[in-house]
Design a protein around this ligand. Structure first.
Ligand SMILES: *[C@@H]1O[C@H](CO)[C@@H](O)[C@H](O)[C@H]1NC(C)=O
Ligand SMILES: *[C@@H]1O[C@H](CO)[C@@H](O)[C@H](O)[C@H]1NC(C)=O
Ligand SMILES: *[C@@H]1O[C@H](CO)[C@@H](O)[C@H](O)[C@H]1NC(C)=O
Ligand SMILES: *[C@@H]1O[C@H](CO)[C@@H](O)[C@H](O)[C@H]1NC(C)=O
Ligand SMILES: *[C@@H]1O[C@H](CO)[C@@H](O)[C@H](O)[C@H]1NC(C)=O
Ligand SMILES: *[C@@H]1O[C@H](CO)[C@@H](O)[C@H](O)[C@H]1NC(C)=O
Ligand SMILES: *[C@@H]1O[C@H](CO)[C@@H](O)[C@H](O)[C@H]1NC(C)=O
Ligand SMILES: *[C@@H]1O[C@H](CO)[C@@H](O)[C@H](O)[C@H]1NC(C)=O
Ligand SMILES: *[C@@H]1O[C@H](CO)[C@@H](O)[C@H](O)[C@H]1NC(C)=O
Ligand SMILES: *[C@@H]1O[C@H](CO)[C@@H](O)[C@H](O)[C@H]1NC(C)=O
Ligand SMILES: *[C@@H]1O[C@H](CO)[C@@H](O)[C@H](O)[C@H]1NC(C)=O
Ligand SMILES: *[C@@H]1O[C@H](CO)[C@@H](O)[C@H](O)[C@H]1NC(C)=O
Length: 445
């Protein structure tokens, strides 16, 4: 009889721990609660059994703020709450800052404004006070741009503007002469072409002017140290200049969704550092240049939706790093020169809508779904490309009926197995508990 209260406790404890196991298994470990954590509050225990992450809080200084008072006022004028020291709070929902460690006052080095309300206004005074910034980012901040003071532009190395600052002009951007990393995306840029923006930037390493409705032609002159160029989703026209293929440090090149025409320069293989290349959704014609065989690290090749012709070169199969290959919606012809080993290795492979292209069914099996027809003995597509081939004889049991067409769609999360495991553990603990209780009640009688 006297045993009962402690036993009850034990039972409760077991129940609780099994519930905790279930909850920790069915939820992914979402540990980062992005609240603006006050400097020291050891309270607020979350009802979760996951090990609470040790927040690497610095020794909290007793003074209100370590930031330069002028910069503090500038932040306040931008509606940025400063009740917590901007240099020591963890990244905030709307702003993220980093500071230097100078004394007596620290200075801001980077500032990210995101999701700001549209009544925030930039003032020249505020921007002058913020001239220690080397990084400024606007994400979803539909406010009006003003001319940046030269104190700020001379220090600025990274400028990011995504869906922000309403409209920008090429002249406005060309004043950011010292940036090495420029991103302007999802905001329209009025300019005669990219050159007016890029020519003034002598330290540029990465340029991303995507989805900006930029018009004009690709520049003839490029900064030799460029590693990333993303000009996708614009209205650029004309040919791809040969000068672009001299950028031996270029790793990412994305010119997709423009109106480029002419051929792919035969010197493209000079881009030996290239990893990701997209020229998709333009009006490029001619064939894939043989020189591309000399680009050893190519991982992502997207030439889809153009008017490319000729045969598909066999060397593509020897590109050891290739994971993504899109050649769909072109005018390639002849026999696909790839074997099954290569095709299976790719994560994404798209080939459809090349009506004169066919595959050899003795090497790839007779019922592969590549979106193209098998070849006849002359190396021509067997049936007219009436789409939906082989979609009604799916139910066959043939062993070589392999579907390569959805190689890209094989990313399944392993979530369900965790849930099953959690439920299993939960159930077995409940069964265990019941048995335990029955035994208890028997022995205590
Ligand atoms: C949690 O926060 C840390 C530090 O701010 C960050 O490095 C990490 O990526 C965050 N994790 C998640 C899941 O947001
Ligand atoms: C901004 O808002 C969007 C949706 O409105 C949200 O998905 C995103 O996480 C927010 N970003 C930040 C940094 O708070
Ligand atoms: C670029 O930076 C240098 C020193 O880092 C400075 O002398 C120059 O004035 C800056 N240029 C502009 C246009 O701000
Ligand atoms: C680009 O122009 C189209 C119309 O031509 C418009 O619908 C779209 O919003 C513009 N994009 C941007 C980022 O301004
Ligand atoms: C360019 O910026 C957009 C918007 O932030 C981003 O989605 C895209 O991945 C960037 N491109 C590269 C090559 O990083
Ligand atoms: C390119 O980068 C290298 C190494 O970072 C540097 O020495 C060189 O001056 C840069 N070239 C130009 C034209 O800025
Ligand atoms: C490419 O487009 C330009 C105009 O954008 C046109 O003048 C030129 O004739 C086109 N070239 C080819 C090969 O189609
Ligand atoms: C190129 O840009 C488009 C749209 O901006 C994007 O969907 C695509 O993934 C990018 N490709 C590469 C290789 O970066
Ligand atoms: C490919 O297209 C180009 C220009 O569009 C044309 O001159 C050439 O004859 C075509 N080559 C083949 C093999 O069809
Ligand atoms: C480059 O391509 C790989 C493979 O498709 C992809 O995982 C990666 O995100 C791409 N990187 C960029 C910057 O587009
Ligand atoms: C497929 O092609 C690759 C690359 O050319 C080659 O290494 C491999 O041996 C071929 N596999 C078969 C089964 O022919
Ligand atoms: C080619 O593309 C069009 C639309 O872009 C589609 O309707 C058609 O089914 C495709 N044909 C083949 C053979 O994939």
């Amino acid at each position: 009889m006297a045993l009962q209260p402690p036993l009850l406790h034990l039972v409760l404890l077991l129940l609780l721990s099994s519930a905790a196991v279930i909850s920790s298994l069915s939820h992914p470990p979402t540990t980062n609660v992005t609240t603006i954590s006050p400097t020291h509050s050891p309270s607020a225990p979350t009802p979760s059994s996951t090990p609470t992450p040790k927040t690497p809080t610095k020794p909290v200084s007793t003074s209100a703020s370590t930031l330069d008072p002028k910069q503090l006022r500038a932040l306040q004028s931008l509606n940025i709450p400063t009740s917590k020291d901007p240099c020591s709070v963890r990244p905030h929902i709307f702003t993220a800052t980093t500071c230097d460690s100078s004394k007596p006052f620290r200075h801001l080095l980077s500032l990210t404004l995101s999701n700001c309300s549209d009544d925030v206004t930039l003032s020249l005074t505020a921007l002058k006070s913020l001239s220690t910034l080397n990084t400024i980012q606007f994400i979803n901040c539909p406010i009006s741009p003003i001319r940046f003071p030269s104190e700020l532009t001379s220090n600025l190395r990274t400028f990011t503007c995504v869906n922000s600052l309403n409209k920008l002009t090429g002249i406005w951007l060309s004043r950011l002469q010292n940036v090495s990393d420029l991103t302007v995306s999802q905001v329209s840029i009025t300019a005669s072409g990219p050159s007016i923006i890029l020519n003034s930037m002598k330290f540029l390493h990465s340029v991303n002017l995507s989805h900006t409705n930029l018009t004009g032609y690709l520049p003839k002159h490029w900064h030799p140290n460029l590693t990333t160029i993303d000009l996708s989703g614009n209205k650029l026209k004309g040919k791809i200049p040969l000068s672009l293929t001299r950028l031996e440090n270029l790793v990412h090149l994305n010119l997709s969704s423009n109106s480029l025409n002419g051929t792919i320069p035969t010197t493209f293989g000079d881009l030996t550092a290239l990893q990701n290349l997209s020229l998709a959704s333009n009006s490029l014609s001619g064939s894939i240049p043989e020189s591309l065989a000399a680009v050893p690290g190519l991982m992502h090749l997207d030439l889809g939706s153009n008017q490319l012709n000729g045969t598909i070169p066999k060397f593509i199969q020897d590109m050891k790093k290739l994971k993504y290959l899109n050649l769909e919606k072109n005018s390639f012809h002849g026999v696909l020169p790839f074997n099954a080993t290569f095709i299976k290795r790719l994560e994404v492979f798209k080939l459809g809508n090349n009506s004169n292209l066919c595959y050899n069914h003795s090497t790839l099996g007779s019922k592969v779904k590549l979106g193209i027809a098998p070849c006849d003995k002359h190396g021509l597509p067997m049936s007219p490309p009436s789409a939906k081939d082989s979609s009604d004889n799916d139910s066959s049991d043939s062993s070589d009926d392999e579907d390569y067409s959805n190689v890209g769609e094989k990313h399944h999360s392993h979530g369900p197995s965790k849930i099953v495991l959690g439920v299993a553990i939960g159930l077995s603990s409940i069964v265990f508990l019941i048995v335990f209780l029955v035994l208890l009640s028997k022995c205590c009688k």
